[in-house]
Design a protein around this ligand. Structure first.
Ligand code: LLP
Length: 414
């Protein structure tokens, strides 16, 4: 449990706000974020790598709520985007486009145009085809963008297969043996300026070694390109730093920082952290609807579901679950499930929790990253509210959808 969520007189608080008060005021399910936690995580990252003096580009996909982006922008963060939609969000809050990096394996013409028009900092190019497309767009717009090649360093990130991205069989990045072809193609395209290399080997990585291996591969390639006359300025090491959801030991970031400092060779280091910044800064607040007990099993049915928080269903990921009112009652083992018509709709299996009555509240912890952003309207469930807590203040930073929102854009046949 992050220090910004804590029990006080047996009540679970976010900063100085009891979660029960939030639940009563805005209803459940809802996401609750701690402003201080976001800021603290950002500064802790910056402090750890202070000697490396990196550009930190928060990965918008982890949590793209405007207020979250606004906080990070105020703290001086840059941003990593993967779509024109994410760019649009940054435009809305007036982010300096030079601090924005555009990654992604499938950028469309429209997205490349939007990126150039806004004056984006760097475009991470992932294939020969993308290089060609970007050349056309750059010529048409008469803009010379800074690009970096996203390398697939063939490093095993030792994480869940769905979120590992740095092995040669993955769709991401340019494989080492294809790099030469793409460099040659670049030499006949003066419309683009290669200024660095990038990689992102996966997410929720708990061991620091894969990061070091990837960095060394990237630096070796960049050094070779420097010798060939390319002005290689930056190395973007992506995101991927894991956080403890249970009792995992997080990666030793000081080791990472020291290693980079020693081996940096004058490159500007860029990071794209997402989960590290917002993961432990949010919870999904639910109300218990039923206690369903059969001979075989016990279920705590809550009002939140897989459409609100997909991680347990999609990655079998573990999230701590805490009763909002601490109870001395003896723990019993149960599955915590939602109302959706799928057996895959669960937040926890065989979890020991104190007996809870219908109407009581439960918090699914560490849900600030890849929580709301992965939510959907499945089962025609309106998407939930997002709340930002600042001390004892509550801000609704996204209101709960209504039924009208569910059918927006739909039309009947004539
Ligand atoms: N940069 C790039 C190019 C990425 O693809 C990602 C995440 C990041 C940065 C940020 O990674 P982070 O620091 O958050 O690990 N939905 C999954 C995680 C998917 C990550 C996708 N890419 C989950 O809930 O675990």
């Amino acid at each position: 449990m992050g220090s910004h969520f804590h029990y006080q007189r047996n009540q679970l608080y976010c900063e100085e706000t009891p979660l029960e008060a939030v639940a009563r005021q805005v209803g459940t399910p809802c996401y609750v974020y701690s402003r201080s936690a976001i800021i603290e995580n950002f500064h802790s990252f910056r402090t750890t790598f202070i000697e490396v003096d990196p550009l930190i580009c928060y990965s918008v996909k982890a949590n793209s709520n405007l207020a979250v982006l606004q906080i990070l922008n105020q703290e001086g963060s840059g941003f990593d985007v993967v779509s024109a939609g994410e760019l649009y969000r940054l435009e809305k809050i007036g982010v300096d486009p030079r601090k924005v990096i555009f990654s992604g394996v499938g950028k469309t013409v429209g997205e490349l145009e939007a990126a150039l028009e806004i004056g984006i900092g760097i475009i991470n190019v992932e294939s020969l085809e993308e290089l060609e497309l970007l050349t056309h767009v750059a010529v048409r717009k008469r803009i010379k963008p800074h690009i970096s090649f996203r390398i697939n360093p063939d490093v095993d990130a030792l994480t869940h297969p769905y979120i590992a991205t740095g092995l040669r069989q993955h769709k991401f990045g340019i494989n080492l043996e294809e790099l030469e072809d793409i460099i040659r193609a670049l030499q006949s395209r003066p419309q683009l300026e290669l200024t660095g290399l990038s990689c992102h080997i996966g997410s929720q990585i708990l061991d620091v070694q894969p990061f070091l291996d990837a960095f060394l591969k990237l630096r070796e390639l960049a050094d070779a390109l420097r010798r060939r006359g390319f002005a290689m300025v930056h190395l973007d090491l992506g995101g991927g730093i894991g956080i403890p959801y249970r009792s995992e030991t997080p990666p030793r970031l000081t080791t990472y920082a020291e290693f980079l400092k020693e081996n940096q060779n004058g490159y500007q280091i860029i990071f794209e952290p997402g989960r590290f910044i917002v993961g432990n800064a949010g919870v999904l607040l639910n109300q218990v609807l039923y206690n369903k007990v059969s001979q075989a099993k016990r279920f705590i049915v809550v009002d939140g579901a897989m459409n609100d928080l997909l991680r347990p269903s999609l990655y079998q990921s573990y999230h701590e679950i805490l009763p909002v009112k601490k109870s001395e009652k003896e723990g019993i083992q149960a599955d915590v499930v939602g109302p959706i018509c799928e057996s895959g709709d669960f937040f926890a299996k065989d979890r020991v929790l104190p007996q809870l009555q219908a109407g009581e509240y439960l918090a699914v912890m560490n849900a600030g990253a890849y929580g709301f952003v992965l939510s959907s309207n499945y089962n025609s469930r309106p998407r939930v509210a997002e709340i930002l807590v600042h001390g004892s203040q509550i801000h609704v930073i996204r209101s709960r959808e209504g039924f009208e929102d569910l059918i927006r854009g739909e039309s009947l046949l004539p």
